[in-house]
Design a protein around this ligand. Structure first.
Ligand SMILES: C[S@@+](CC[C@H](N)C(=O)[O-])C[C@H]1O[C@@H](n2cnc3c(N)ncnc32)[C@H](O)[C@@H]1O
Length: 123
């Protein structure tokens, strides 16, 4: 079904790749496969290559005092991912493991989109 445009097989070369809610529904192994394909498709960090992920970064509840509703919503999304697909919502450490597992050197999380964040990932 996903022969053409299948991100597991090939990603078009670009200076930057945007993955919006595009990998949260996959297992860790699958996410690493996708991120490796992205890394193959972008130039080096020095030449401006990057992957931009827009997705949820689960909050650390202790750090987010007084924001129980947001925390609960994130946990419901986590449950949704587990019930319907093989994915899960991930905290900062989980994202770091995927990013380094795919061979990227650095990342930067910018939490400016409500429950979602921008994650800049550098080769
Ligand atoms: C959760 S949706 C996000 C859609 C959109 N980016 C957004 O934020 O509204 C995940 C998307 O991944 C696409 N997708 C699933 N498997 C794929 C694959 N193997 N290669 C490329 N895209 C795929 C689906 O068609 C779907 O559009």
């Amino acid at each position: 079904m996903w022969e053409l445009g299948d991100m597991f097989k090939f990603i078009l070369y670009a200076d930057a790749i945007l993955l919006k809610m595009g990998i949260t529904c996959w297992s860790d192994e699958e996410c690493i496969k996708i991120l490796k394909k992205c890394k193959d498709a972008i130039p080096s960090k020095e030449k401006g290559g990057k992957v931009i992920i827009i997705d949820m970064v689960l909050m650390d509840r202790n750090l987010e005092k007084g924001d129980d509703k947001s925390y609960e919503t994130q946990l419901f999304f986590d449950m949704l991912m587990m019930v319907h697909v093989f994915g899960k919502e991930r905290n900062q450490q989980d994202w770091a493991k995927l990013i380094s597992g795919a061979g990227f050197s650095d990342y930067n999380i910018i939490p400016i989109l409500g429950l979602r964040s921008i994650i800049e990932v550098f080769p």
